[in-house]
Ligand binder design. Structure first.
Ligand code: CO8
Length: 218
């Protein structure tokens, strides 16, 4: 599997994907979206003996700091709509992936980055993780399904507050709200996700896939 902005490792039935643009805090540009579409839409489904997938960010600072703002200056109403639809389509691929997908949140998960983490089935937060939907500061709304997924995870009142204030929350608060499944020491996010997937690997795979489908019907 070869991608411009993703590094992948497939070991013991676990596919670990690292979003690799650390200088831009792993912001999701058009190329990264293309890579994710190729991976989740085409390549990962073909892997034999795949038990689960982990998504994390390169470097020590960010999971993903959002959509790549530098690509926004030339947006028109029409291209913004296309961009939003593309994000929805790719995050839906992740949410509907037949194996468990876990976000190992090793730093900032902001805007589209928080939306990406929420499209995953679970989130492991490192102690340094920060979550937030700062789109309102840019005169935007979360364009990739975040308004719905955040409500499902933390409830309507708190989601509304986070969306309209752009407040950033730390890992402990994310755990308290149900946004993060676990909080772990810095650098142990991927290891914890691997531990969970190894447990899942001992369970009935068809039942796992159908559980994902049923939970997503919520
Ligand atoms: N896009 C592009 N580049 C980014 C982004 C981003 N989202 N975030 C950070 N970077 C870049 C910076 O420009 C900087 O680059 P350079 O070194 O070349 O100047 C580098 O990453 C490091 O960033 P900072 O120097 O700012 O690092 P700090 O530690 O000072 O701050 C923060 C870290 C707080 C994360 C800060 O970078 C920040 O606030 N980033 C922006 C976060 C943000 O607003 N994210 C939401 C974007 S909008 C979105 O995700 C969804 C839009 C939906 C659109 C729907 C269709 C229209």
């Amino acid at each position: 599997m070869n991608y411009k902005n993703l590094v992948t490792e497939f070991e013991n039935g676990i596919l670990t994907i690292t979003i690799n643009r650390p200088k831009a805090l792993n912001a999701l540009n058009a190329q990264t979206f293309s890579d994710l579409k190729q991976l989740f839409g085409e390549d990962a489904v073909k892997l034999e003996n795949l038990h689960g997938v982990i998504i994390t960010g390169a470097g020590s600072k960010a999971f993903v700091a959002g959509a790549d703002i530098s690509e926004f200056s030339s947006l028109t109403a029409e291209t913004a709509k296309e961009l939003s639809q593309r994000g929805h389509d790719i995050f839906n691929l992740i949410e509907r992936f037949p194996k468990v997908v876990i976000a190992a949140v090793n730093g900032f998960a902001l805007g589209g980055g928080c939306e990406l983490a929420m499209a995953c089935h679970m989130r492991i937060a490192g102690e340094k993780a920060r979550f937030g939907q700062p789109e309102i500061n840019l005169g935007l709304i979360p364009g990739y399904g975040g308004t719905q997924r955040l409500v499902q995870l933390v409830g309507k009142g708190k989601a509304m507050e986070l969306l309209v204030t752009a407040d950033m929350i730390n890992a402990d608060e994310a755990y308290r709200l149900g946004l993060a499944n676990h909080v772990v020491p810095i650098g142990e996010e991927v290891a914890k996700a691997k531990e969970i997937i190894s447990k899942i690997a001992t369970k009935a795979p068809i039942a796992i896939t159908n559980t994902i489908k049923c939970v997503n019907a919520y």
